[in-house]
Design a binder for this molecule. Structure first.
Ligand code: BGC
Length: 718
């Protein structure tokens, strides 16, 4: 529908109909917020709803759309949205896992496949990607983001938005993305969900905003502000960030959608007295769509009467919503893409294959003493122990509403399929978070003693993760610790598989006792087979951590991008930054992860020693696969600016690349570094580039020991 038609339509609309377009209501297929779903179809009939969340499927979508088209005065089609966060019916690894693949093509592909499935099920919009950089494993929602680094989240944003919105050839298979939660939700105090966010302007501009800027530059159709405040201003009412920055400075043209009930919650935030004030604040800040609070419907008529808002402001929001519906193609084809047959891993086998590939690329092998993995041919008897061994539904992780847990493959099944020559016994040994049961532990110990190798599967259940799932001690539950101790005491070689949604704070003994440790953040529908592929050696592990695993909770936040201090860490100097009771860095850090191949790096070199303001330099390194197996290496390029106006992080990621190498093969990996990538915010948060030396570190992880250094000089002509 063209702009003129949209204006004509707006001209015909009553205030109720306009406010209806600005309201999104939940159906009851799944519940994702505290305010219960009503009967949206009755309200659709009354012209009081513009879009529906939390429903999908042929009959539901067709009926709701029929009511909108046949029983309302203006016949404006509805749009339907769901949180398609890591898959729709085929479930891919949780974002924190998939980010460990450091693979932009993969991120894009799984988004495009999710869009394909969701649109067949009648969905037009997903509340994804989630782009809240997070350095705090206490926060349950850490599993929804792409880890601790701003650049990785920005690259992930670009890939996901493009995959959802622009990749599938058939326009009916494209899904509108909504970048959320704008902004800095990942910095909630103490990792406590919904808590206050109190961060510096520098952190906002350097860490939390860039992924959203990337999503906007990629053309994302929607943005959702976070529930929280930022330094005392509730994001749902934050005109400075939503209007001045997002809309005016960045030029964002899409819709801004409140989070679930968030406009009404401005009252509990203590910044609005009633629904009228709440609605005024949100509309003035730039929010077009009220998800589930009813504040626009209740408050805006009164606000209009009192002259607190204008009809033009309401029309602006309605115009954006109708343009969005136009861009979705709903006016021409309100049932666009809807299919009667159910999409998913059973009906679209290529998605199942793709999910297996995604899941195995997301696994991180973090310890492999004496090459315990892959399992040697002469190991005959394997005991698979632990509450996560046979827990197919947990593998799906949070936010997988349309995913069918019965189609998911648990670890036990995956290992049974891949280790066909071995004799496998299975004993759970404990529940996930029940009281420990000595008789169950005794059975597990007996099975371990009768085996040559134990695979111990510990982890969380999916209710422990995601929204409203903060924990002060993100670590194994007591029953699992007791089980692990008893198993380690048998002295049998143990492969520990950690099936969690976030970094765990592990006791030291739990890291030293097992011979191998595989970090298997929830991997989705094909999680078990992916684990089987790595354990049996059918896939050479290639995942690297996108998030640090601290030694102790008291270290949080700990991440690779800490800024330098005037008293840098020095083990020989008591007056240097330090902990008395824990190391300064994490147990496992950004980029850590092993392969069955051994990669050797040559020295890094640059194409020229200096760069000007608009120039680039090529940074290259030779890499050789010195192992006996083909494998995929991940290389990171970091920089450090040793003398700047503001204190700088000791390392800043600028790029990452994968290199696939046959045994003995040598390749050159080249990164292009543009001077604009060396900008940093000055004291007014405007980009600044200084003349002088820049250190470039290229290597396998954020550990200095894994890196090669080369320097360049920035020389800007006056
Ligand atoms: C979450 C959002 C989600 C929305 C709709 C809220 O509780 O914070 O991330 O998109 O519900 O399900």
């Amino acid at each position: 529908m063209g702009a003129d038609k949209i204006e004509q339509l707006i001209g015909q609309m009553t205030l109720t109909e306009k406010l209806g377009q600005m309201s999104m209501l939940a159906a009851s297929l799944v519940v994702t917020g505290p305010v219960g779903p009503g009967d949206p179809v009755t309200l659709v009939r009354e012209g009081r709803v513009g879009g529906i969340l939390n429903t999908w499927g042929y009959d539901e979508i067709r009926e709701a759309q029929r009511v909108a088209l046949e029983e309302t005065r203006l016949k404006i089609p509805l749009y339907f949205s769901v949180d398609v966060l890591h898959g729709h019916r085929t479930i891919y690894p949780i974002p924190l896992a998939e980010a460990c693949a450091f693979d932009r093509d993969l991120w894009l592909r799984t988004a495009a496949e999710s869009a394909d499935e969701a649109t067949r099920d009648g969905i037009h919009m997903t509340f994804a990607p989630m782009l809240d950089v997070c350095r705090d494993p206490r926060w349950g929602r850490i599993c929804e983001c792409a880890g601790e680094d701003a650049y990785v989240n920005a690259e992930y944003a670009r890939a996901k938005v493009t995959g959802f919105q622009n990749t599938n050839d058939d326009p009916h298979r494209r899904l509108a993305g909504v970048a959320k939660h704008f902004v800095a939700y990942g910095a909630v105090t103490a990792g406590r969900d919904y808590a206050e966010v109190d961060i510096s302007r520098r952190a906002l501009h350097e860490v939390y905003l860039p992924p959203f800027k990337a999503a906007v530059d990629a053309g994302v159709m929607g943005v959702m502000p976070s529930f929280t405040d930022v330094a005392g201003i509730a994001m749902t009412a934050h005109r400075g960030l939503l209007h001045d920055l997002l809309r005016v400075k960045w030029g964002f043209k899409g819709v801004i959608i409140s989070d679930y009930n968030a406009i009404g919650e401005l009252i509990a935030h203590g910044v609005a007295q009633d629904m009228v004030e709440a609605a005024v604040l949100a509309l003035k800040a730039g929010i077009d769509i009220d998800m589930m609070s009813g504040a626009y419907e209740q408050g805006l008529p009164v606000a209009l009467e009192r002259g607190l808002v204008t009809m033009q402001e309401i029309d602006t929001a309605v115009r954006r919503i109708l343009h969005m519906k136009g861009a979705m193609g709903l006016f021409e084809n309100p049932l666009r893409g809807l299919q009667q047959e159910m999409p998913g891993p059973d009906t679209i086998p290529s998605h199942r294959t793709s999910a297996r590939d995604a899941a195995r690329r997301s696994l991180v092998l973090i310890k492999n003493e004496d090459n315990l993995l892959p399992v040697a041919n002469d190991v005959r008897r394997i005991a698979i122990i632990g509450p996560l061994a046979d827990a197919q539904s947990e593998m799906m992780g949070p936010w997988c509403m349309a995913g069918d847990e019965h189609q998911a493959i648990g670890i036990l099944q995956g290992l049974r399929e891949s280790l066909r020559a071995q004799e496998i016994t299975h004993v759970p040994g404990s529940g996930i978070d029940d009281a420990a049961d000595p008789s169950e532990i005794a059975k597990a110990v007996a099975a371990a003693q009768a085996s040559e190798l134990v695979v111990l599967c510990l982890g969380e259940n999916r209710q422990h993760t995601g929204e409203a799932a903060s924990r002060t001690l993100p670590r194994p539950f007591a029953c699992q610790m007791e089980l692990a101790k008893a198993i380690f005491e048998t002295g049998k070689p143990v492969l520990l598989i950690l099936a969690t949604s976030r970094p765990w704070i592990l006791p030291d003994w739990m890291v030293s006792a097992p011979r191998a440790i595989l970090i298997a953040l929830f991997g989705g529908t094909e999680a078990g087979r992916a684990i089987g592929d790595v354990v049996a050696g059918d896939y050479n592990p290639s995942g690297r951590l996108c998030i640090s695993w601290p030694y102790r909770t008291g270290q949080i936040p700990v991440h690779y991008g800490m800024r330098g201090t005037g008293r840098p860490h020095d083990p020989n100097n008591g007056f240097s930054t330090n902990f008395l009771d824990a190391p300064i860095g994490p147990r496992w850090g950004f980029g850590d992860g092993l392969s069955y191949s051994q990669f050797e790096l040559g020295e890094a070199y640059v194409s020229k020693p200096t760069i000007g303001a608009d120039e680039s330099v090529d940074v290259s390194i030779d890499i050789t696969n010195g192992g006996a197996r083909a494998g995929e290496a991940t290389l990171f390029m970091f920089t450090h600016d040793p003398v700047a106006l503001a204190t700088r992080p000791l390392l800043e990621l600028k790029d990452f690349r994968k290199a696939e190498l046959a045994p003995g093969q040598r390749a050159t990996v080249t990164f292009r570094l543009h001077a604009s990538q060396l900008h940093y915010p000055d004291f007014n948060m405007e980009p600044r580039l200084d003349n002088g030396r820049i250190n470039i570190f290229v290597g396998a992880s954020a550990r200095r020991a894994d890196q090669k250094c080369v320097t360049i000089e920035v020389q800007q002509t006056a």
